[in-house]
Design a protein around this ligand. Structure first.
Ligand SMILES: [Zn+2]
Ligand SMILES: [Zn+2]
Length: 290
């Protein structure tokens, strides 16, 4: 296998499938699948698999360690590397592709931080992440060899931004801190034993309880409800986590029956159930993993 004639260097914070898009464009291929096939990869699935990145390294002359750092490599059952730490698979959202038009206008590459499932906003630009072309309405995908243009020809980076509240920006920033590895000074000691992925899910669960969420307590269900619903739960959840355990008492006083059942392979629901009992709340339903 010979290296591609026209190659690119990855950007800081760029994701593997995003790099494949740019590299396919640079190599003037008609689709990203063409490049993925040459490298024996699936687009964008290889980023969460253990697929061999050596052929892509040969094609692009990017060291394989660098490519691996851009991918969400598996580190155990259902757990993956993510910038700053390790998260459950359901906290990584790849479909549809998300983008901040202002970031793309600054530098046209796909940022890994956009793939955190409950993240609804770009922090530096305080705007919503977009998931569809404003021209044709098509969801953003991974096969067209441009991160800045839709297959219909519409330039994505020109899209006017949709501003979000300061509370949403701060909540999304808090989520990114929760999955990272730096200490969180305001975190209540009750949560000291939780791993970072579990902390994010707890935050969402607290937000669901506080906002009276009636859907299934799953990350995918929340994200599927759209960015407004996701942001409302995230904002309430981060606030509840910051003000724990007062927030728990408030939830109880409002007469909301919290959805203390988290559907997923996690001990989140169990931990939260134990905490709520310790705080004097007696949820009617007992936690179980579905
Ligand atoms: Zn941005
Ligand atoms: Zn379009």
């Amino acid at each position: 296998m010979r290296p591609l004639r026209l190659r690119l260097t990855p950007e800081g914070g760029e994701s593997l499938p995003g790099f494949l898009i740019r590299q396919a464009g640079r190599a003037r291929l008609r689709s990203v699948s063409e490049l993925a096939a040459m490298a024996g990869l699936r687009q964008p699935g290889s980023t969460v698999s253990d697929d061999d990145l050596e052929p892509l390294s040969t094609l692009t002359k990017v060291p394989v360690e660098r490519l691996e750092a851009m991918a969400y490599r598996a580190v155990g059952k259902g757990r993956h590397h993510f910038p700053g730490g390790v998260v459950d698979r359901d906290l990584i959202a790849l479909s549809p592709r998300r983008a901040c038009p202002a970031c793309l206008a600054d530098a046209p590459f796909h940022r890994m931080v956009w793939d955190l499932a409950p993240a609804t906003a770009c922090i530096p630009h305080a705007c919503r992440l977009m998931t569809a072309c404003p021209g044709c309405g098509r969801l953003l995908g991974w096969d067209h060899p441009s991160v800045t243009t839709c297959p219909c020809g519409q330039p994505i980076a020109d899209t006017p931004i949709t501003p979000v509240t300061r509370a949403e920006v701060e909540a999304v920033a808090a989520l990114h801190r929760l999955v990272g590895s730096t200490p969180i000074p305001w975190l209540h000691s009750t949560f000291a034993e939780c791993d970072r992925s579990e902390l994010v899910k707890m935050t969402l669960l607290i937000g669901m309880a506080a906002t009276g969420w009636t859907g299934r307590c799953r990350v995918v269900s929340l994200v599927a409800a759209g960015p407004d619903a996701t942001a409302a739960v995230t904002v309430a959840g981060v606030d509840g986590l910051r003000r724990w355990p007062e927030s728990l008492s408030e939830i109880g006083q409002q007469g909301i029956r919290p959805p203390w059942v988290w559907a997923g392979a996690t001990s989140t629901a169990k931990s939260l159930h134990q905490m709520s009992r310790a705080a004097g709340l007696r949820p009617k339903r007992t936690p179980r993993a579905i």
